[in-house]
Design a protein around this ligand. Structure first.
Ligand code: NAD
Length: 306
């Protein structure tokens, strides 16, 4: 049993990370300001502090709880918002992160596991699937703030000996992702089709992404408590799927028979990105287990019932 702080534990991915940690008998404290997270996502067996990761009070939380591990998922996650308000994005994703790092060092945390992004960090690449060794050239302030914090993790390791594991996530989908948000195409399309509204497919439906089911992603955080020291690891399926393919699977599941509206890509979005998973297999003994169709059926079921 380990004591773990999960930031962003009321959010989509963070809440699944909390669930799997609790299922495996770990003691969890969630820090979340509920800006996009929801109370109903909170695991009742976890402690919860409603707080901004930028707050000076973070120190007190670490002092009292004495975590051995931190899974850091709290973030400003909206790519388009990061383009219109890069300062807010950097405050949360860089300064908020450094605030956690300072407390982690001060109270002797063994390792910090960071949810970085494979989808937004690499930019438009000439190699697919993109490996961890590819030089990142983000196309948005969001991808840049995530990359900057990765560098701070390397720095705090060299400067203070704090261990880290960087998980570069693909396009994560599944239950609890908001159909109302700006991110999460699977939930957004499902929400629209269930209401009988016509979805818009940006990039004319052709952009390819790497879709991995949220419970598979959560498992990597669990494995990360024991494996992967000062490593950067892609959690990809190494497979690209077009938005049109996603649309078709969901339309079939929901029983939606209209054609979608097609539109050009928006600023900050890349055309094609999918990332490797072989280093994750090697280092964490992790690979995605849920196939796209059954993952999407679970996503549709969740949105239908909520
Ligand atoms: P989410 O919005 O559901 O979760 C983020 C959580 O962080 C929310 O509960 C929110 O309330 C909380 N939060 C935001 N700002 C905060 C702050 N200043 N202080 C405290 N809490 C704060 O999003 P998600 O999709 O679950 O993303 C979780 C993490 O995974 C993020 O770090 C994101 O960058 C990363 N990620 C997600 C994806 C994806 O496909 N969803 C892909 C790559 C990386």
């Amino acid at each position: 049993m380990s004591k773990v702080i999960v930031t962003g534990g009321a959010g989509f991915i963070g809440s699944h990370v909390v669930d799997i940690l609790i299922e495996n008998q770990h003691k969890v404290l969630i820090i979340d300001n509920l800006s996009s997270g929801k109370r109903q996502n909170l695991n009742p067996k976890a402690d919860f502090v409603e707080m901004d990761i930028c707050s000076e009070q973070i120190d007190t939380i670490f002092r009292d709880f004495r975590p051995e591990f931190v899974a850091h998922l709290a973030a400003q996650i909206d790519v388009r918002k990061s383009v219109t308000d890069p300062i807010f994005d950097a405050k949360v994703n860089i300064l908020g992160g450094i605030n956690l790092l300072n407390s982690a060092v001060k109270y002797g945390v063994k390792k910090l596991i960071f949810s970085s992004t494979g989808g937004a960090i690499y930019g438009e690449t000439d190699v697919l699937p993109v490996p961890e060794t590819y030089l990142p050239k983000p196309m948005s302030p969001y991808g840049t703030s995530k990359l900057a914090f990765e560098h701070y993790l390397g720095l705090y390791q060299r400067l203070h000996g704090l261990k880290y594991l960087i998980l570069r996530l693909p396009n994560v989908y599944g239950p609890r992702q908001s159909p109302e948000g700006e991110a999460g195409v699977c939930s957004i399309l499902t929400g629209l089709m269930l209401k009988g509204n016509k979805p818009v497919l940006y990039g004319y439906g052709t952009p390819q992404r790497d879709y991995v089911f949220v419970k598979d992603i959560a498992r990597a955080f669990l494995y990360g408590l024991e494996k992967g020291e000062n490593e950067t690891v892609n959690l990809g399926s190494a497979r690209g799927t077009t938005v049109r393919e996603i649309f078709d699977i969901i339309a079939n599941t929901v029983g939606y028979h209209e054609e979608p509206q097609l539109a050009p890509l928006r600023p900050g979005e890349v055309q094609t990105i999918y990332i490797t998973g072989d280093k994750a297999r090697e280092i964490l003994d992790w690979s995605p287990q849920t196939d796209l169709k059954s993952g999407l059926i679970q996503t549709v079921e969740f949105i239908r019932n909520n």
